[in-house]
Design a protein around this ligand. Structure first.
Ligand code: GMT
Length: 378
């Protein structure tokens, strides 16, 4: 793999969210590999703390000229992409999330002095939610068809993109990945004492608290589990459903047993404290948190929505039920928590699967091969 080192631009949503995490971690791996990586975003990606050799950050500034009722961020982004592409001689611009990034990249392509190849990675809600709107669908289709390569994070997302948007061009599968230097089973005894002082089992849910996560199902599953196995529920993250979730916890009288930690930057340190990760979503193109938990040896109990079954192998690395079937999910949790032999087997499968199918080097090389392919350097 001794091919030329590349100049790669990356655009993503820099604040909380799985797509931003994946884009930033990929950028870091590519930079370690010797490529020059230029992040073009409206603020510093939250996982990009400290100095990293070969990584550069270009901030998009939005014009606040008084004529604009709505400052045109998308145009500023496209202009910045073209400027960075020209100045840094970008070979590839890799955008994560179709709207508006793929469309901005399409515009930028028309403004650059030398050929610029564009890769678009679809992450989920850009297709499963935004593409339901007809005019948005036309824009997403334009971004997809105007890219030199398109990737998606699960086979289920590829299928849905092709069906919903009538896309016929090939879409590469690039599963999300975890860095095993960061996500591994850690000794979490100090957190365990804080979260579950009487040695209770710990169930965890990590998300942006959007309606698609069906977080009230998390509370319902926990209520049933706790009736049979003394347990605690730890929530990490925040978002629009947080208030409703707290209300449900109060309604069930479970305040003493449920902890809301809010947004946490260092999730890798906390995941190993969980015995089970709950992922009850009705839509989930991949479910990055299930993979992160898996890498820490923590099985996921959740739903068969979207790409989750490609990540969590039912019966091997966790257990999956139909969307909304909280009784079945609770039964699976109880079985796992009361059968140490079953738990040990599933937990061992988790670390093994995360380090093989979703290994960072493997997925990074898949992206690298796509860059070389579209540049004609195979
Ligand atoms: O889960 C979210 O709502 C955030 C969203 C995002 O754009 O960051 O996550 C999507 O991309 C992640 C990274 O590829 C996937 O792991 C999530 O499954 C996907 N979310 C949905 O499909 C709902």
């Amino acid at each position: 793999r001794d091919k030329d080192k590349l100049n790669i631009g990356i655009t993503c949503y820099p604040s909380l969210g799985g797509s931003g995490v994946v884009a930033t971690e990929l950028g870091k791996l590519l930079a370690e590999r010797g490529h020059q990586v230029h992040f073009i975003t409206h603020s510093m990606p939250f996982r990009l703390t400290g100095y990293h050799k070969n990584i550069f950050y270009h901030e998009v500034e939005v014009s606040d000229y008084h004529v604009f009722k709505y400052p045109p961020y998308d145009l500023s982004l496209a202009a910045k992409m073209a400027q960075v592409a020209n100045m840094q001689k970008l070979d590839v611009l890799h955008v994560h999330y179709a709207i508006p990034h793929a469309v901005c990249a399409y515009l930028a392509k028309g403004m650059v002095e030398r050929p610029l190849k564009v890769v678009t990675t679809l992450h989920g809600t850009d297709i499963t939610i935004l593409a339901h709107n007809e005019s948005m669908a036309d824009l997403i289709r334009l971004g997809i068809n105007g890219s030199d390569a398109v990737t998606a994070v699960s086979n289920d997302l590829i299928r849905e993109t092709q069906e919903r948007l009538h896309i016929t061009r090939p879409i590469d599968l690039t599963y999300n990945f975890v860095d095993k230097r960061v996500y591994y089973p850690r000794d979490c005894s100090r957190y365990r004492c804080d979260f579950a002082p009487k040695g209770e089992k710990i169930l965890m849910h990590v998300s942006n608290f959007r309606p698609v996560k069906r977080i009230s199902d998390v509370v319902d599953v926990f209520r049933r589990v706790n009736e049979e196995v003394p347990s605690r529920l730890v929530f990490i993250g925040e978002g629009p459903e947080l208030g409703k979730t707290m209300a449900r916890v109060r309604e069930y009288g479970l305040e003493e047993r449920v902890l809301f930690l809010g947004k946490q930057d260092e999730v890798a340190e906390l995941l190993s404290v969980a015995d089970i990760m709950l992922l009850t979503s009705e839509k989930e193109s991949f479910g990055l948190v299930a993979l992160e938990a898996m890498a820490c040896g923590v099985p996921t109990v959740g739903t068969t929505a979207g790409g989750i079954p490609e990540v969590v192998k039912h019966g091997e690395t966790g257990f999956l039920s139909d969307i909304g079937d909280t009784d079945s999910m609770a039964d699976d949790c109880i079985r796992l928590l009361t059968d140490p032999t079953l738990y040990a087997r599933v937990s061992a499968n988790c670390t093994k699967r995360s380090q093989t199918v979703f290994c960072n080097d493997l997925i990074m090389e898949t992206y690298e091969d796509i860059y070389y392919r579209i540049l004609g350097r195979e």
